[in-house]
Design a protein around this ligand. Structure first.
Ligand code: DMJ
Length: 643
């Protein structure tokens, strides 16, 4: 008989199948692939049953050996005098009686198999009477059941902990109509960015606003993890875009899955995903965010399995295998990456009661404290196998930046109890001021980069965040130099504003020089781009909070207008390739940090200070606000700051 799977294909729909003897020839011409597949399944079930019968029906010889009654015993010697038989050295008693019983037993088993077999065929026939859609629906229901079961297993409730003081999450409406209008403009820009991502890139990590499709980079691995959704949540929340927030929450609940064979950046996933999920949890109180953050954190932990405990830059979420970036000096991990985990990991331990996260980051801190620092500076590269520094490059911009930020913020987040972190910050900043911070001929204060004993007079856009950091760290500084650090913050803000103001588009380049007559201007073509970065606006906002000097709002508004004019396209917002060109080309990427940071800082700049007050909230390096953990609310052991 020709098996159904080999029959010719047909576009026609099958009438209900009769699986009697003549059934197959009759429907030969009308069978479609899906029906053939089902028939094949039935046949394989049938064959499996036959196999089962073959292997599991008691083989009579074996049966004699194993299915012995209590009265049957194996005796290891020959004694034929009692009517027994000698079988290879063992004597079996009661042979005649047993043969009868075994025959009965075999018969009983055969009948049972026959009955099971018929039942299975009946069920299969019933199934085949159903339409294809019905069968598909049943399969889907079964699948959903399994998924739900797995989800339940994965979503064990976490132990309840007292929530920190969550104030100032729903306010900030400015009384001044002009400022309100500016704030509304920023909100409108957020809506434009979100709506287009929603329409063209939903579920992808980022959006290509010109091509109108999803976009991703290697920091997120090769799977669609909805980076923009997670990164944008808290901005949506504080702007009162609640429908959009709920859409994002729903996507996360149903689709955000970390059991993927994907190699991601530990740092980026921590600051954007864990930071974003934790902030969304604290703001909204929705458990799903906390649960997802904890699940994801568990997937990052294998990255710490190195000889020193300094984590790899990347980890495969499924296999847990880690490695470092190929471009990093001598196989090193990067200071700004392994040094930017503290805030999120302390919160994870706080929320779960599990010290594992806290221990990981404290271990890194202890290790760094023990190491010699050339000129008191932290090099950007550290080898996780040997525990030795790589190249002696130090930067407050790329590769170094948020390490310093997190020392300060660890102290702030602990309600200023973590004095060890504050001391490390103060020491590091003193060395940076001494070796990296200079004034240009034109009087602009800049932060250069230290390369093997030589100061490169170049500052990155990323470095501009430091103005805000100096201002934030002014209060509580060593020798009460608060005024000095606030002044330093103001000078950096001014320099970074100049880097914007000296361009055609009034948007800042990626890096700018202070050398050979050039001041705050990019020289190399590949440093002239602007990719919607937040750091300059971040500094404006901190300076505004600490000084209320209206120039910071003015500068923030200039940047808002420039972004809206030159980066806005009908499909969202795009970076531009040359800020000195009057007809710039787009890079066609809407970065997730544009929604997480740039637009959030602008919105806060035009809000009252009672929205996310800095006494209660500390922003992670991706602008995700995490509450200060006041002493009474903490449950951690090990560090006096958390006892
Ligand atoms: C953000 O992802 C974070 O601010 C990070 O610390 C470095 N900079 C990017 C955006 O420019």
């Amino acid at each position: 008989m020709t098996t159904p799977a080999l029959l010719p294909l047909s576009g026609r729909r099958l009438p209900p199948l009769n699986l009697g003897a003549s059934a197959f020839p009759h429907h030969r011409a009308t069978l479609r692939l899906s029906e053939k597949f089902i028939l094949l399944l039935i046949l394989s079930a049938f064959i499996t049953l036959c196999f089962g019968a073959f292997f599991f029906l008691p083989d009579s010889s074996k049966h004699k050996r194993f299915d012995l009654g209590l009265e049957d015993v194996l005796i290891p010697h020959v004694d034929t005098s009692k009517g027994g038989k000698n079988l290879g050295g063992f004597l079996i008693h009661g042979q005649g009686h047993d043969e009868h019983r075994h025959r009965e037993e075999e018969e009983r088993l055969r009948n049972k198999i026959r009955a099971d077999h018929e039942k299975a065929l009946e069920e299969a026939k019933e199934k085949l009477k159903k339409s294809r859609d019905e069968i598909q629906a049943e399969i889907q229901t079964e699948k959903n059941k399994v998924v739900q079961e797995l989800k339940k297993k994965d979503s064990k409730p976490l132990p309840p902990v007292p929530l920190p003081n969550l104030i100032g999450i729903n306010s900030g409406e400015p009384a001044d109509p002009d400022i309100r209008e500016k704030r509304n403009k920023v909100k409108e820009m957020m809506k434009h960015a979100w709506d287009n991502y929603r329409q063209y890139g939903w579920g992808h990590n980022e959006l290509k606003p010109i091509a109108r499709k999803g976009h991703s980079t290697n920091i997120f691995g090769n799977s669609q993890m909805g980076a923009t959704i997670v990164d944008a949540l808290d901005t949506l929340y504080i702007m009162g875009l609640h429908d959009e927030f709920r859409e994002g929450q729903e996507w996360i609940d149903k689709n955000l899955d970390f059991s993927v064979n994907s190699e991601v950046s530990v740092f980026e996933v921590n600051i954007r995903f864990i930071g974003g999920l934790l902030a969304a949890y604290y703001l909204s109180g929705q458990e799903v965010f906390k649960i997802k953050a904890v699940q994801l954190a568990g997937k990052l932990l294998p990255a710490f399995n190195t000889p020193t405990g300094i984590p790899w830059a990347m980890v495969n979420l499924k296999s847990g295998v880690g490695r470092n970036w190929g471009w990093a000096s001598a196989g090193s991990s990067i200071l700004a990456e392994f040094g930017t985990l503290h805030m999120e990991f302390v919160h994870l331990s706080y929320l779960t009661g599990d010290p594992v996260y806290y221990n990981k980051v404290m271990h890194i801190r202890k290790l760094l404290q023990k190491m010699d620092r050339p000129n008191g500076l932290y090099p950007n590269y550290l080898n996780p196998r040997t525990g030795r520094w790589g190249q002696h490059h130090t930067s407050v911009g790329g590769l170094g930046d948020s390490f310093y930020e997190y020392l300060l913020k660890a102290w702030l987040m602990s309600d200023k109890m973590d004095t060890e972190a504050r001391k490390m910050y103060d020491d590091a900043i003193e060395a940076i001021e001494k070796h990296l911070i200079r004034k240009s001929n034109g009087g602009l204060t800049f932060i250069g980069e230290w390369k093997n004993g030589h100061l490169e007079r170049k500052m990155g856009h990323l470095t501009c965040f430091a103005g805000g950091m100096f201002a934030l760290g002014a209060d509580g500084s060593r020798d009460d130099k608060a005024g000095h650090y606030l002044q330093l913050g103001a000078e950096i803000a001014h320099t970074c504003h100049e880097s914007y103001d000296r361009t055609t588009l009034k948007l800042g380049p990626e890096a700018f020089k202070f050398d050979g007559g050039v001041e705050a201007v990019a020289v190399r073509q590949n440093e002239k781009y602007y990719i919607l970065r937040p750091e300059v606006i971040e500094t404006y906002w901190y300076m505004w909070r600490f000084t209320h000097d209206p120039k910071y709002r003015q500068w923030g508004w200039e940047a808002t207008q420039a972004i809206d004019k030159y980066c806005r396209v009908s499909g969202g917002f795009s970076g531009v390739k040359d800020v000195y060109s009057s007809s710039p080309t787009y890079d066609d990427v809407q970065q997730s940090f544009f929604l997480a940071e740039t637009l959030k800082y602008l919105y806060l700049l035009f809000s009252n200070d009672d929205l996310l007050p800095l006494d209660n909230w500390v922003f992670n390096t991706e602008a995700h606000p995490l509450p200060v953990l006041h002493l009474a609310n903490t449950t951690l052991s090990g560090n006096p700051a958390y006892r």
